[in-house]
Design a protein around this ligand. Structure first.
Ligand SMILES: Cc1cc2nc3c(=O)[nH]c(=O)nc-3n(C[C@H](O)[C@H](O)[C@H](O)COP(=O)(O)O)c2cc1C
Length: 433
């Protein structure tokens, strides 16, 4: 049985040119067995008629809060409760702003605010509108609220320009909605999923990435840390997001900006990162440990700033104790995801990395030579070798974004059967498919 059979999908339509695709979307959803109720905004009526949407949905279209007859039959609160999922397609820039700020001055806004169902948005707008700082801010708020984004895609736009902002095609939207419902998200806390059009092998999968350095406090103002910039981990988070994954990024303090749609867990010390990883990793599909975690921390943290006058004749000695091994702890979990480590080495890189792979029970390890000035810490480029139990691949020097895509592509090729099994394990609907 299709995941959509009998599921109640409320399709919101806002006022963008892509609304001409919405009747086809409604048909796709109904063909897959879903029950569809369309709610359109006032502006949407400029682009598509209620008559068409009523014909394809098989239900009268709702378009205003102020319709006593419709309210008496199924009020906006009942509509909000009725929905298993709300999909707004197209979602205009204006709609994103209204949703982000909780406006309830029209029917669609009131329903979204009154519903606990997952909300998915298929944005469609001119590429400058999509990249505008206000839209970015609104998307960040929506992502933090757990609203799902499907698309937009990059391509030709109605305005004659090319860029990101094209609504995903109806078939892709229907597929993404199926994945969301297959995850059994309804009735649970919302969790952000971002997906961009086609080529989303990780849609429906959860990837957890650690990035950046950790800081190990010596006293209230001093710490031990390292040169990690977080660039490689953040690039991997963006690549996993673009591949359709839900991404949790556990990051030490860095200057990088978090890709919109990624859930950030900000941490400072190795022990914070260890706790965050053990919270996020269970149930995830892929755990990639890119962070440069401090191996040691001071055994005690001075409560007050250590003064020069406090030091002894022999100077100041710090006693260090070992930090927990985060990647090994995740690999040792009973239902461990696929676990990938990163090794920054300065000599005998491949031999050290192979040792680490087996010692820590990892599925794969990415090794890079940080003794080279042109790659590694703080640079925009990197080269690496990805090693797994019975193979390895050398990835030549390239941008950290390209390298991230190459790493992910290889991991998907190697481990996809395990991701699928994990999705099936956690999801009875999928196991039956
Ligand atoms: C011809 C025309 C096309 C438009 N296309 C879009 C669009 O594709 N995306 C968008 O965000 N806004 C678009 N707008 C602007 C929205 O219609 C406008 O912001 C409106 O207030 C959206 O209201 P709603 O979100 O309540 O539907 C368009 C406006 C016009 C006049």
């Amino acid at each position: 049985m299709n995941v959509l059979t009998g599921r109640r999908i409320l399709v919101g339509v806002s006022g963008g040119i892509a609304a001409y695709k919405t009747p086809e979307l409604v048909r796709e959803l109904r063909r897959a067995g879903a029950e569809v109720q369309v709610v359109m905004t006032r502006s949407a009526a400029q682009f598509v008629t209620a008559t068409s949407l009523q014909a394809v949905s098989g239900n009268p279209v709702r378009d205003t809060l102020w319709d006593p007859a419709a309210e008496a039959q199924m009020g906006h609160i009942e509509l909000a409760r009725w929905a298993d999922l709300i999909l707004i397609a197209p979602a205009t820039a204006d709609r994103l702003a209204r949703l982000a700020h909780g406006f309830a001055d029209d029917l669609l806004g009131a329903i979204c605010l009154a519903s606990t169902a997952p909300i998915a948005l298929a944005p469609a707008m001119n590429h400058v509108m999509w990249q505008a700082p206000a839209t970015r801010r609104n998307l960040e708020l929506l992502a933090a609220d757990g609203v799902h984004l499907i698309g937009p895609e990059v391509g030709d736009q109605a305005c004659g320009e090319t860029g990101p902002g094209r609504m995903s095609e109806p078939a892709d939207l229907a597929r993404a909605v199926t994945e969301l419902l297959a995850q059994g998200l309804e009735g649970t806390a919302r969790a952000p999923v971002h997906s961009i059009g086609q080529n989303q092998p990780l849609l429906g999968h959860h990837v957890v990435i650690t990035a950046g350095p950790t800081r190990e406090a010596i006293d209230p103002v001093r710490f031990i840390s390292n040169h990690s910039s977080g660039k490689q981990g953040y690039a991997l988070a963006a690549a996993a997001l673009a591949a359709g994954a839900r991404v949790t990024l556990i990051s030490g303090p860095v200057a990088e900006s978090v890709p919109v749609g990624v859930t950030l867990v900000a941490v400072e010390s190795a022990r914070d990162m260890h706790a965050a990883a053990l919270t996020a990793a269970p149930g995830s599909d892929l755990f990639i440990a890119v962070a440069a975690v401090a191996d040691y921390r001071p055994s005690t943290v001075a409560e007050q700033k250590i003064k020069k006058t406090d030091r002894k004749e022999s100077g100041l000695s710090l006693e260090l104790v070992e930090n927990p091994d985060i990647v090994a702890a995740v690999a040792a979990l009973p239902d461990a995801p696929v676990v990938v480590g990163f090794a920054a080495e300065t000599h005998d890189a491949l031999a050290h990395a192979r040792g680490k792979l087996s010692r820590k029970g990892l599925d794969a390890i990415v090794v890079n030579d940080v003794s080279r000035q042109d790659i590694g810490f703080g640079t925009d480029e990197n080269a690496a070798t990805l090693i797994w139990a019975d193979g390895e691949i050398t990835l030549p020097k390239q941008s950290k974004a390209d390298l991230s895509r190459a790493i992910l592509d290889t991991l998907i090729e190697l481990f996809m059967p395990r991701f699928v099994r994990q999705l099936a394990n956690t999801n009875p609907d999928n196991a039956a498919k």
